[in-house]
Design a protein around this ligand. Structure first.
Ligand SMILES: Nc1nc2c(ncn2[C@@H]2O[C@H](COP(=O)(O)OP(=O)(O)OP(=O)(O)O)[C@@H](O)[C@H]2O)c(=O)[nH]1
Ligand SMILES: O=C([O-])CC(=O)C(=O)O
Ligand SMILES: [Mn+2]
Length: 628
């Protein structure tokens, strides 16, 4: 790491290897932040191997990291128990006008917000190192590279960003050449006094995750957790990028990207938006259970989509790593993620520790080990009692936090598609929207056209998960799986989606589908086995694109006709399958007031075309009889 400060920086660097002088706006911002936060030292993040060594050593010395036995260059961290997930109620879109944040975002006047935050940031880095971390989202070779600089006082954040993004000198060189970039200021809000000992996971009870969309900047305070603190991820690549995309005519979405090859060797690229902890990473890496089909991964969380010269919609994954939900990831469910993790170079947060120094989480193996140290550092056993039969404090609780995460380079995914490295991305044939619903939503349905598909996305619903703080399992509308990530007015965002379709050649637009892997039977069991078996649904979708698969029209869209879904060798009863695919008009009639309430919440900015879609749905449901 190079230790540099203000004017001396340029001279030192020039003397070494004659790089371009620091961009004046970057230098001015570094000086301004340093004067406000008063760190002990300032360090530029370069992305070098030596720097990784230094960072991990420092994190081990601080008690934040412990090396994971049996996995090369891998690290286990336990967070403060109150800093485990995104904090949606502390997340703000500070546009100049409140209507540009809209009813789904917290808003405050940008000047007032800065007045509120400035005292919090004053002296916030005292006793700590201020890291200046240049990064690029997506390939640096892109026609217009998406650059950012995160200033942070957290080594954990630097280490994680080095896995998740393209960090260091190449990004800095582009910034110094004059490319635009996004400012991201992050502090744990945990200054150290002269004799104060540090804690393993510094953070502050007060948290603010704040976006200034007009000036394309981010201020994040008080949290070290991924989605709150790795500013290249949700803050830049979704909230700020969605505003850039609105202004420039593209889409920044919470979507995986996969490549699907059929037995006859035709390839299709599919993007899919599911809310947090609803199956993106798993679908992106799926191992098809049907013979001859192949899936390769391009991305597991974020897709930026732009029209190509040929009129098709192209998607790139701006990230360089996976920040995946650990629980439920195992050799049975997601072997490709397990292979990626096994290769090492990973950071695990809030998983459990095995007695031999490894890591474990629910679902990693069928049977838990006989003894673990849980994510709060307590003894844990499967039965909840110790060897003497005394009940443990951890009894009845999971050993790993439900939102515990692995952070792993995407290049370690054994089925990574070569096109991942392609700066123009891949042409998308189908877009899937999906949620986690126990009832109502069938396994798969196909939109009638783009506008109907936008309606499906805009009214998408899902049960809340542990990926955000707050109650779990509550059904809410999560439009395009972007509710916590739309950086502007949700109604304007819907209109932007409509406009994207209007401006395009309809024959080249991706077809839109709505899926639900999570429908339950009366006993609470999943009606559909999910995971690798989802390849059967992908097959039907691909066959719909060229008209080979049959469908039945229902009030909500097209669903697989009887016999159209390939269930050869699948262990489901005909009744289960029928229940998974069922469109029950009565259930859907109960959904209507919820959709109306949702549109009422968004208000006047709901596009009239989507209100028309709702009216048409009502009419079709009024006439519908139960299917099957
Ligand atoms: N029943 C069932 N569970 C699934 C399926 N796919 C994923 N899951 C579970 O859902 C949870 C979240 O899955 P992920 O693939 O990590 O979700 P994600 O959308 O990538 O989540 P974020 O990283 O938070 O955006 C895990 O516990 C999975 O095991 C499926 O097809 N069926
Ligand atoms: O942002 C995070 O912390 C993790 C994530 O992918 C999500 O919640 O969708
Ligand atoms: Mn996500």
């Amino acid at each position: 790491m190079t230790s540099v400060l203000s004017g001396a920086t340029q001279d030192d660097r020039a003397a070494q290897d004659r790089p371009d002088p620091l961009a004046p706006d970057l230098l001015a911002w570094i000086q301004e932040v340093a004067a406000l936060t008063t760190p002990d030292r300032i360090v530029f993040v370069t992305g070098s191997d030596a720097e990784w060594q230094e960072l991990t050593e420092k994190l081990v010395a601080a008690g934040t990291f412990r090396p994971v036995a049996g996995m090369p260059n891998s690290w286990h961290a336990l967070s403060d128990p109150a800093d485990v997930a995104r904090v949606e109620d502390r997340t703000f879109i500070c546009s100049e006008r409140p209507q540009d944040a809209g009813p789904t975002n917290n808003w405050m006047d940008p000047t007032e917000m800065k007045e509120l935050l400035t005292p919090l940031f004053r002296g916030a880095m005292r006793g700590r190192t201020m890291y200046v971390m240049p990064y690029c989202m997506g390939p640096e070779t892109a026609a217009s590279p998406k650059l950012g600089v995160e200033i942070t006082d957290s080594e954990y954040v630097v280490a994680s960003m080095r896995v998740m993004t393209r960090v260091g000198d190449r990004a800095l060189a582009l910034i110094n050449k004059g490319h635009t970039w996004v400012k991201g200021l992050h502090s744990l809000g945990a200054p150290l006094e002269a004799d104060q000992a540090d804690v393993a996971w510094p953070c502050n009870e007060t948290k603010y995750i704040v976006h200034f969309p007009e000036e394309r900047s981010i201020w994040s305070y008080g949290s070290g957790y991924g989605g709150n603190a790795l500013l290249g991820k949700k803050c830049y690549s979704l909230r700020i990028a969605s505003v850039m995309a609105r202004d420039e005519g593209w889409l920044a979405e919470h979507m995986l990207i996969l490549k699907l090859t059929s037995p006859s060797n035709t390839t299709h690229y599919v993007a899919a938006a599911f809310p947090s902890a609803c199956g993106k990473t798993n679908l992106a890496m799926l191992e098809p259970t049907i013979p001859g089909w192949k899936v390769e991964t391009l991305g597991d969380d974020i897709a930026w989509m732009t029209f190509g010269k040929d009129g098709r919609l192209y998607a790139v994954n701006p990230e360089a790593g996976l920040f995946g939900v650990a629980p439920g990831t195992g050799w049975n469910t997601n072997p490709n993620a397990m292979r990626a993790i096994e290769a090492g170079n990973s950071v695990f947060t809030n998983v459990a520790a095995t007695d031999d120094g490894g890591v474990w989480w629910e679902g990693m193996t069928d049977e838990p080990p006989a003894h673990l140290t849980d994510w709060k550092g307590r003894d844990w056993t499967p039965s909840g009692v110790d060897a003497d039969g005394n009940e443990l404090a951890s009894a009845g609780q999971p050993a790993a936090h439900p939102n515990s995460r692995f952070c792993t380079p995407i290049t370690q995914v054994p089925i990574l598609a070569d096109e991942y490295f392609e700066p123009v991305g891949v042409p998308i044939s189908a877009i899937l929207f999906g949620g986690r619903r126990k009832t109502t939503i069938p396994l798969v349905s196909e939109a009638r056209d783009w506008q109907h598909g936008v309606f499906m996305g805009a009214t998408l619903s899902s049960e809340t998960t542990a990926a955000a703080t707050g109650a779990v399992g509550v059904v809410r509308r999560d439009p395009m799986a972007m509710l916590p990530f739309i950086g502007y007015n949700a109604g304007d965002y819907f209109q932007h989606w409509i406009n994207v379709g209007k401006g395009a050649d309809a024959t080249k637009l991706p077809k839109i589908f709505y899926v639900n892997w999570f429908r339950r039977d009366a006993d609470g069991g999943f009606l559909w086995p999910g995971f690798g078996e989802n390849s059967r649904v992908l097959k039907w979708i691909i066959e719909r694109l060229d008209g080979a698969a049959t469908a039945e029209e229902t009030a909500i869209g097209y669903v697989p006709a009887e016999g159209a879904l390939d269930i050869d060798g699948l262990d489901v009863t005909p009744d289960q399958l029928a229940a998974a695919l069922a469109v029950e008009p009565e259930e859907w009639r109960q959904e209507l007031p919820l959709i109306e309430e949702w549109f009422a919440k968004i208000g006047d900015s709901v596009p009239s075309s989507l209100r028309d879609e709702l009216d048409a749905l009502k009419l079709r449901l009024a006439e519908a009889t139960p299917r099957g």
